[in-house]
Design a protein around this ligand. Structure first.
Ligand SMILES: [Zn+2]
Length: 234
């Protein structure tokens, strides 16, 4: 379809019924707002990067180089930030399996119901625990009522932290920025414990109490850090 097909050439007005049946309401309104010229004038091609509207190779190169540079700058700063974030996360004094879990959660490859569904595995995408939302990583580890109950029991900044994020990686970046290192360690290990509780419920139908989830996580963290200290001393 060409623009010309949308114009009633007898009246030189937009063909309203056709536009309304072809486009969404908002697009149709946008089209109606465009004034149709007097006619008789041929359309012409303009190069908007030049004042006189004429295309030149010189301006084309300049525009291409400028856009390329802008994209590279954005990519560089994102890569730099990602690197800094992961450097810090990999150095946290927490068990390697928990660090590994954090990497999988941030990379959005944990087998939550929503992720399995995305990979075209025929499962119900809703949350195993609450059945209220799709089970994304951010939902199950942060927003689900079970997770909220656990987070409410953690001392410090995390207790009243209600950050919202479009995905778990964005949430992790926010946590890394706002939490002191000790609390960041707790955030990671408790997330891991919530995921284990979710799996116990999903595969064994065993419910875990928020208090037990938190206690288990904190015990593991303390034991691991004690062990690290002892092995440094010996
Ligand atoms: Zn849920």
């Amino acid at each position: 379809m060409k623009v010309a097909d949308l114009i009633d050439h007898r009246t030189r007005q937009w063909n309203r019924p056709l536009i309304h049946t072809t486009f969404l309401e908002s697009t149709a309104e946008d089209i109606h707002r465009i004034k149709i010229g007097e006619g008789g004038v041929r359309d012409k091609l303009c190069w908007k990067e030049n004042k006189n509207g004429c295309f030149s190779m010189r301006t084309a190169y300049r525009v291409a180089a400028l856009r390329l540079k802008q994209t590279e700058n954005v990519e560089h700063s994102t890569a730099r930030e990602d690197k800094r974030f992961w450097n810090k996360m990999w150095k946290l004094p927490i068990p390697p399996k928990v660090r590994n879990f954090m990497w999988r959660a941030c990379s959005d490859i944990l087998p939550t119901s929503a992720n399995l569904c995305r990979r075209r595995i025929p499962v119900d995408p809703s949350c195993t625990i609450c059945r209220q939302h799709d089970e994304t990583v951010a939902h199950v580890l942060w927003e689900c009522p079970l997770a909220r109950n656990v987070w409410a029991m953690v001392k410090g900044k995390l207790q009243k932290c209600n950050s919202e994020a479009q995905n778990f990686y964005t949430l992790a970046r926010q946590m890394e920025e706002k939490l002191p290192k000790k609390e960041l360690e707790v955030w990671v290990i408790v997330s891991w414990a919530i995921w284990n509780a979710r799996n116990r419920f999903h595969f064994e139908e065993k419910q875990s109490m928020p208090n037990d989830i938190l206690h288990g996580a904190m015990t593991l963290l303390q034991e691991y850090q004690e062990l690290c200290k002892t092995s440094i001393r010996t």
